[in-house]
Ligand binder design. Structure first.
Ligand code: ADP
Ligand code: MG
Ligand code: MG
Length: 862
């Protein structure tokens, strides 16, 4: 019932049902929250009465009364959305305390320090969450008191100091808000519920939902739960644990706890906590019970759990369980292990790993052989390595990130308010907090490297620097963090290409067994081709020949070809290019021996290969003014004239793609000859090359029929000259709406279709990609005109509709027509799902995304 009760509430109810020790409570539903928002922040009718009834039931169960001056009932008021948003919304603990009940709590427990500790926490949380007082102001007051008392940690303050803190807190609230801190527990309760409902719409929750694509209209439930106390003495404590290691996936309890502490103390990095293993020595009975419950919860949920617990005077209480967030590495290991343990099926294992997350494992890592200048070591909180400029402030990190700079966010600890800075940073480094601290959890969720609890760092926010090991590192200096080892390294570091772990390979094998969609790679070099083969690509779905024209030694010849004034002149340049291109194709076809290679003939507008007009004008002016070489001047002026003539107002829609083949058939003919010469040569060497010649930007069958005839002519000549026969195909890109709409006609001349969804998106939406992204795309996303950037996630509604039409029409003419996609979308999991659903034969993506596509294709098929 997560949608109604929220994740936290539903799981608390579930744990109660299986007989685990959970403090009793009541849940106000998400429905109430939605009503509350819809009615302009008013509680729905009858809600307050129902809550009061619930409190009465709670009072009867526990034999304590809300606001009682002998034995008061205290509760926590906890937010809980249907989808977990850790730390994004608000919780208030120890509610029900006031100037009288605090004394009752002190007397009843015989522990004044404890009662006051609860009270100051409550006033602080309530003041912050419900009354809107800045949390720094509370912290500052507390720091002052600690300094005066000469203590470093909160738990060292004696009762009489806490009394002063409590008094200061209350005056702070009065000063900041003009209102007194409410003494009536019922009033406190409804104010808190109000605030939790509202926290659904606080800034950080909105940002979190946006990043994680969680709908804005779910609302949050509110859990009102009897308090248990981990801060009542040294036989008490509080902790968090994962049933398996969320970083590596290792099957071993992983977590931290603090003796004599409450609530968020562990995660907030107030003191550095103890590893969960230590609990076995501290409280063996409790540890045993806890370990038993952990394995029970894993069996029950059949998933790794993230658990919060509190020990009150030696008794264990469960406060939360949820499916734990984990790194890609851990996700794979846990899924594969759980299949081994008979807990889940292979299909479930395939669905357990988020394909997009695999990106983390396909990134480069620090070369283990490199000599590193390690300046400090912290906890390895989230694997991966990153280098960047040191930044101490989340806003600045965001700003620099937007400017395309790489930054490492360095902070004593992070809070949910820093989330935008973490998003923008390459890596995170904190000086306090453990493996379950905010920074660690968020970084793991995002797949960013994080080193935390690096206590040797002395951060000076005022001077924008930190000191470590006698060094001063200033804002802007470059450091690297290695989240796998916890190392902090001066400067940048040499990185290595990724390799797939045995578990990763196994999971992908399972994926291959269920998927029906083929996966190819986009590659232009033999190295990339080999890499993609290693990652499991079944061929090359796109080789862009223009990249081969850009090489330093070739560009002058390409320019010669473009600037030629006659066919004869052009042929001289083409003759020089032919052997070069032939070598390129030979290398790729050989690397992909036995597998298909789609080679696209020249696509971009020609001026992309020519010098820039402004540069030329500057050079000419300089020559003129300095009375320079006249010959040189004339040559440059001539060049400028030609460049000008080739200039286009709208090159994306200009003289490019097969339009070049139509106007300069000898260029396409040279490329076809290079492809087939290489093929013939390989056949003679005993290889099995499978070339697929692809014509870009087609709008009509007449273009394709004429270019196909040209290609066939060249093949005939090559085969005759070489004395060998081989198989080849000729197909087309579908990247203009007209081609999709006339796919039935075009299919009669095509052996295959490949959707070029980059151009198809540009031409269908009429958005130029390069202009859209910097100028208006964000507004379209912010105003929810579009839900996703259509250049990243395929626009199913529009572009997808054209694709569907093209598939249907194409296969009507030619039922066995091979159809694939080679745009950027070919590596995007949600787009891959769509491609599967409309019956494509393959997707093609960059080599490093091939494993992602294999898994996504399997998920679409399961
Ligand atoms: P979040 O969703 O941010 O994790 P929680 O509602 O889980 O917030 O509460 C924050 C902290 O307070 C947790 O550490 C939790 O264990 C603790 N806590 C919540 N309710 C109680 C309670 N009734 N008794 C003791 N501790 C509690
Ligand atoms: Mg929690
Ligand atoms: Mg294109």
């Amino acid at each position: 019932m997560k949608n109604l009760l929220g994740g936290k509430g539903a799981n608390l109810a579930e744990m109660t049902n299986i007989g685990l020790p959970v403090p009793p409570g009541l849940i106000i539903t998400t429905e109430a929250c939605r009503d509350f928002s819809a009615q302009g922040q008013a509680f729905p009718k009858g809600m307050e009465e129902q809550v009061c009834e619930g409190i009465t039931v709670l009072e009867e169960m526990l034999g304590r009364k809300f606001g009682d001056e002998q034995d008061p009932l205290l509760v926590s008021v906890r937010s809980g959305a249907p989808i977990s948003m850790p730390g994004m919304m608000d919780t208030v603990l120890n509610l029900g305390l006031n100037d009288l009940t605090v004394e009752a709590l002190a007397a009843g427990t015989g522990n004044e320090r404890f009662a006051l500790d609860c009270y100051r926490r409550f006033i602080n949380m309530f003041g912050e969450v419900v009354m809107g007082v800045d949390h720094h102001k509370f912290e500052k007051l507390l720091e002052n008191h600690k300094e005066k008392a000469g203590v470093y940690f909160d738990n060292q303050l004696p009762a009489k100091e806490w009394r002063k803190v409590v008094a200061d807190y209350k005056s702070l609230i009065l000063k900041e808000t003009g209102k007194t801190f409410p003494q009536s527990p019922m009033e406190q309760l409804f104010m808190a519920v109000h605030a939790v409902f509202n926290s659904w719409n606080n800034d950080r929750a909105i940002v979190y939902r946006k990043i994680n694509k969680i709908p804005d209209d779910l609302g949050t439930a509110v859990n009102v739960q009897a308090m248990v106390f981990g801060n009542i003495g040294n036989d008490s404590g509080t902790g968090v644990a994962f049933t398996r290691n969320p970083s590596t996936g290792e099957k071993k309890l992983y977590g931290e706890y603090l003796i004599n502490a409450q609530g968020e103390d562990v995660v907030a990095g107030i003191r550095t906590p103890q590893p969960i293993d230590a609990l076995e020595q501290d409280m063996p009975q409790v540890y045993k019970q806890f370990a038993g419950i952990c394995s029970l919860l894993e069996q029950h949920y059949r998933n790794m759990q993230d658990i919060e617990f509190t020990i009150e005077r030696g008794k264990l209480w469960m406060l939360q369980t949820r499916n734990g967030k984990r790194t890609a590495q851990a996700a794979i290991k846990i899924a594969v292990d759980m299949v081994d343990e008979g807990l889940i099926t292979r299909d479930e294992a395939i669905l357990r790993v988020e394909p997009g997350q695999l990106d983390q494992l396909l990134h480069r890592r620090i070369d283990p052989g490199a000599k590193l200048d390690i300046i400090a070591k912290g906890l390895p909180a989230s694997p991966g390595a990153a280098s960047g400029s040191v930044v101490f402030d989340a806003d600045l990190a965001e700003k620099m990130g937007q400017e395309g700079k790489k930054v490492i966010l360095v902070s004593t600890e992070t809070t949910p308010d820093d989330i935008h800075g973490i998003v923008a940073a390459q890596g995170i480094l904190t000086s306090r907090g453990g493996m379950t601290s905010h920074a660690a959890v968020v970084a793991r969720g995002m797949g960013k490297p994080c080193v935390c609890g690096c206590e040797a760092l002395r951060i000076d926010y005022h001077k924008h620097l930190f000191e470590v090991a006698g060094l001063v590192i200033k804002q802007g200096d470059i450091i690297s963090v290695d989240g796998a080892t916890g190392n902090v390294i001066l400067g940048t570091v040499p990185m290595l290409d990724p390799v797939l772990s045995p578990e990763f390979r196994l999971l992908l094998e399972w994926a291959d067994q269920v998927r029906t969609l083929g996966v190819r790679a986009n590659a232009e070099t033999p190295e990339d081709a080999l890499k993609s083969r290693e990652f499991g690509a079944a061929g090359i779905g796109l080789t862009r020949t223009e990249h081969m024209f850009m090489a330093q030694d070739r560009l002058p010849i390409v320019q010669e070809m473009i600037l030629a004034t006659s066919a004869a002149e052009r042929n001289i340049a083409l003759d020089k290019l032919l052997p070069m291109q032939q070598g390129d194709f030979y290398g790729i076809l050989k690397a992909m021996d036995g597998l298909p290679v789609t080679i696209r003939l020249l696509d971009p507008p020609l001026h992309e290969f020519l010098p820039n007009m402004e540069d030329l004008m500057v050079e000419i002016t300089t020559l003129r003014l300095s009375n320079g070489d006249r010959e040189e001047l004339r040559r440059k002026e001539d060049l400028l004239r030609k460049v000008r003539a080739l200039h286009e107002a709208n090159p994306m829609l200009g003289h490019r793609g097969c339009r070049l083949g139509i106007t300069f058939p000898e260029v396409y003919a040279m490329q076809a000859r290079a492809i087939f010469n290489a093929t013939a040569q390989l056949v003679k060497e005993g290889c099995q090359p499978v070339p697929e010649v692809e014509i870009p930007l087609v709008i009509d069958k007449n273009e394709l029929s004429s270019l196909r005839e040209m290609v066939t002519g060249v093949v005939g000549e090559v085969m005759k000259a070489a004395g060998v026969e081989f198989h080849y195909t000729v197909g087309t890109m579908i990247e203009i709406p007209r081609a999709a709409l006339l796919a039935d006609e075009i299919a009669s001349y095509a052996d295959f279709f490949s959707f070029g969804t980059n151009d198809l998106t540009q031409t269908t939406l009429g958005f130029s990609r390069d202009d859209a992204e910097g100028k208006f795309m964000q507004a379209y996303l912010d105003q929810k005109i579009l839900t996703d950037n259509p250049f990243m996630v395929l626009d199913r509604k529009g572009v997808g509709k054209l694709m569907k039409i093209a598939v249907e029409l194409g296969r009507k003419t030619s039922p066995g027509l091979l159809i694939g996609i080679c745009g950027e979308h070919g590596g995007d999991p949600s787009s891959i799902e769509f491609c599967h659903s409309i019956g494509l034969d393959f997707v093609s993506c960059s080599p490093f995304r091939v494993p992602i596509a294999r898994l996504a294709a399997a998920q679409a098929a399961v």
